[in-house]
Design a protein around this ligand. Sequence first.
Ligand SMILES: *[C@@H]1O[C@H](CO)[C@@H](O)[C@H](O)[C@H]1NC(C)=O
Ligand SMILES: *[C@@H]1O[C@H](CO)[C@@H](O)[C@H](O)[C@H]1NC(C)=O
Ligand SMILES: *[C@@H]1O[C@H](CO)[C@@H](O)[C@H](O)[C@H]1NC(C)=O
Ligand SMILES: *[C@@H]1O[C@H](CO)[C@@H](O)[C@H](O)[C@H]1NC(C)=O
Length: 187
Amino acid sequence: MATKTQAAALLLCLLISTSSPTAYSRKPRRRSPCRELTFFFHDVLFNGHNYHNATSAIVGSPQWGNKTAVAKPYNFGDVVVFDDPITVDNNFHGAPVGRAQGMYLYDQWSTYGAWLGFSFLFNSTEYVGTLNFAGADPLMNKTRDISVIGGTGEFFMARGIATLSTDAYEGDVYFRLRVDIQLYECW
Ligand SMILES: *[C@@H]1O[C@H](CO)[C@@H](O)[C@H](O)[C@H]1NC(C)=O
Ligand SMILES: *[C@@H]1O[C@H](CO)[C@@H](O)[C@H](O)[C@H]1NC(C)=O
Ligand SMILES: *[C@@H]1O[C@H](CO)[C@@H](O)[C@H](O)[C@H]1NC(C)=O
Ligand SMILES: *[C@@H]1O[C@H](CO)[C@@H](O)[C@H](O)[C@H]1NC(C)=O
């Protein structure tokens, strides 16, 4: 019995010494991005009259709203699913390099703010793979940072930050987002 207790005490000492905080803080951290990319994506919200042009639709709205117009105030409670073209410049009619697919939901009562969860599905000779994004999008900020939480294909295991800015906004129907991606983990 005594040897078992001694062994346990020794193990505990080892665990404590190897998990001291300095062991973590000494780990080197990459401070500059390993890859930088810029894209634009274009969102045309279904408004009841633009079925053939729309790239997104309100799929859930609060009890006082509906699916052809954003809810008031601040679109709060609307859940939108989208399948938007991605371009390398700000031209809506430019050749898309892929699709931005996922959802945004408006979750702020007191100002315009959304939460985003979506993927870039690249389909071009230039980029092959996917990138996955998630995070809060306080729309009144000129720029908003969301997380790049992973990737596949040429973006295998990618992680980083995507800085969003609203590049164009036309009423409630069309907006264009600029996405500046900085990856801090590349394989
Ligand atoms: C759809 O887009 C085309 C080209 O941009 C435009 O000419 C047309 O008016 C749009 N249609 C609707 C219903 O918004
Ligand atoms: C949806 O809501 C908007 C604004 O509140 C209203 O103008 C429109 O008539 C509603 N549409 C339907 C189909 O109920
Ligand atoms: C990818 O692009 C090719 C060629 O433009 C097209 O035929 C194919 O349907 C696209 N695939 C997807 C998943 O968008
Ligand atoms: C929004 O802007 C404020 C002030 O500039 C900044 O502190 C905050 O980090 C921004 N939020 C996001 C999510 O980028």
